[in-house]
Design a protein. Structure first.
Length: 418
């Protein structure tokens, strides 16, 4: 999805960020209607109401990416709650299904999109403690949104019905006279959802949808740059001893707080701390609950990975690998393998590298990084990659795949991840 924002960045340089918002008109033929007063059925009230979740991310797997939003939105780390009513749009059940199918979308007004851009710029230019919360600029009130028809125009009977009091009005394509939609959903969550859907239309030239995509991209692009270290890790506590996985420096802080003064000489020294789980102990912290800056590309509720491989097939493959690992290996015949005698600096580097945790090397889940703001940067740390991740990274396939790639070789002698 958001890899397209790299293209948008080209259009977002300089002072042109608001140029793509000019096509959002301020003139409308009728008053705004509530989001639940529109349906594809004539009897609008006959359909149940649905609280549609706009930003639908797994908060555990996408913790690092959510921190981007918290920083630019003026929140404290860990403060953003995706369960908030501000992240939900009240719709009729049929319109919620159409929203899932990219048949339509709502986007914030030109004024609100400009306000979001200004807020993001301001918070990026300020100290962590001087940022402005988004509720000061865009408070928790009812907002109006532009109705944007997408694939709904390709349906056989795309008419929509609007209920206003005791009157029901029918709207026909291309929905030019559609009034604005009003809702208490916040523009920050709405624009995130809008860009996700509108990015499908980036390649369509000279269309209103493409212009809307560029407009939404100018907003989302402001949140791509990583927050400063003082926001991610907190105060600078014993930086040279802080573990990379310990964002808040908890291990270093605990050592400083419990360190015994060299002038203290107790006759019977007692331990200052009790045993507790540590991020350095893989046995006390199962891999299943570990978070990473390289999350699995999977939204909440999906059971299959992006490659569609079933879990039983992975279990069978791991069982076969364990059987091979237990097979005794005889020493190679050096005389018959002269290439083993050749000094190879790269192999020497491999021998000096620490071995991976077996649970990490043969884990079922895949942490392969495909890039983007949500997925993460390709230049990020890959120390937790499993053998399956490396197969996907180098050969674009899985070790358990029955269809190996046509060209399964490394094109150069350099490390594939270099």
């Amino acid at each position: 999805m958001l890899w397209l924002l790299l293209r948008v960045a080209i259009f977002c340089s300089g002072d042109t960020t608001t140029a793509y918002l000019t096509f959002l008109t301020d003139n409308h033929m009728s008053a705004a209607i509530a989001s639940h007063e529109i349906s594809s059925k004539k009897n609008v009230d006959s359909l149940p109401l649905v609280n549609y979740r706009l930003t639908d991310l797994d908060a555990d797997k996408y913790k690092r990416q959510i921190e981007h939003y918290e920083y630019y939105w003026g929140l404290q780390k860990g403060q953003l709650d995706l369960n908030t009513p501000l992240n939900h749009l009240q719709l009729r059940s049929d319109m919620a299904k159409k929203l899932d199918k990219q048949e339509w979308i709502v986007v914030p007004t030109k004024e609100n999109m400009n306000a979001i851009i200004a807020l993001s710029r301001y918070n990026q230019s300020q100290d962590v403690d001087s940022r402005r919360p988004f509720t000061e600029v865009l408070p928790e009130v009812e907002y109006e949104y532009e109705f944007v028809p997408l694939y709904i125009n390709e349906q056989r009977r795309p008419s929509l019905y609007i209920k206003q009091g005791n009157t029901t009005t029918i709207m026909h394509p291309p929905f030019d006279q559609m009034p604005r939609i009003k809702s208490r959903a916040h523009p920050l969550f709405v624009i995130f959802r809008s860009e996700d859907v509108l990015s499908l239309f980036i390649s369509e030239p000279n269309t209103r949808q493409r212009q809307l995509t560029l407009a939404a991209g100018t907003v989302i692009y402001r949140w791509i740059q990583p927050p400063p270290p003082e926001f991610l890790v907190g105060p600078d506590v014993w930086r040279e001893h802080r573990h990379p996985l310990s964002d808040d420096g908890s291990e270093a802080r605990a050592q400083l707080q419990t360190k015994t003064s060299p002038r203290t000489r107790a006759p019977c020294a007692q331990p200052k701390t009790t045993t507790r789980p540590s991020i350095y102990d893989s046995q006390q912290r199962p891999m299943a609950v570990m978070t990473s800056a390289l999350p699995v590309y999977r939204l909440s509720g999906r059971r299959k990975s992006f490659n569609g491989v079933s879990r039983p097939e992975l279990v069978d493959w791991i069982s076969s690998m364990k059987a091979q690992a237990n097979t005794p290996c005889s020493s190679p015949d050096l005389a018959a393998n002269d290439f083993l005698l050749v000094e190879d600096p790269q192999l020497t580097d491999y021998r000096s590298e620490p071995a991976r945790d077996p649970a990490n090397a043969l884990r079922l889940s895949t942490f392969y990084n495909t890039g983007g703001m949500v997925i993460g940067s390709r230049g990020s740390d890959r120390s937790r990659y499993s053998s399956n991740d490396w197969a996907m990274h180098v050969y674009s396939t899985c070790l358990w795949s029955h269809k190996p790639p046509k060209s399964a070789h490394i094109r150069s002698k350099t490390r594939p991840w270099a």
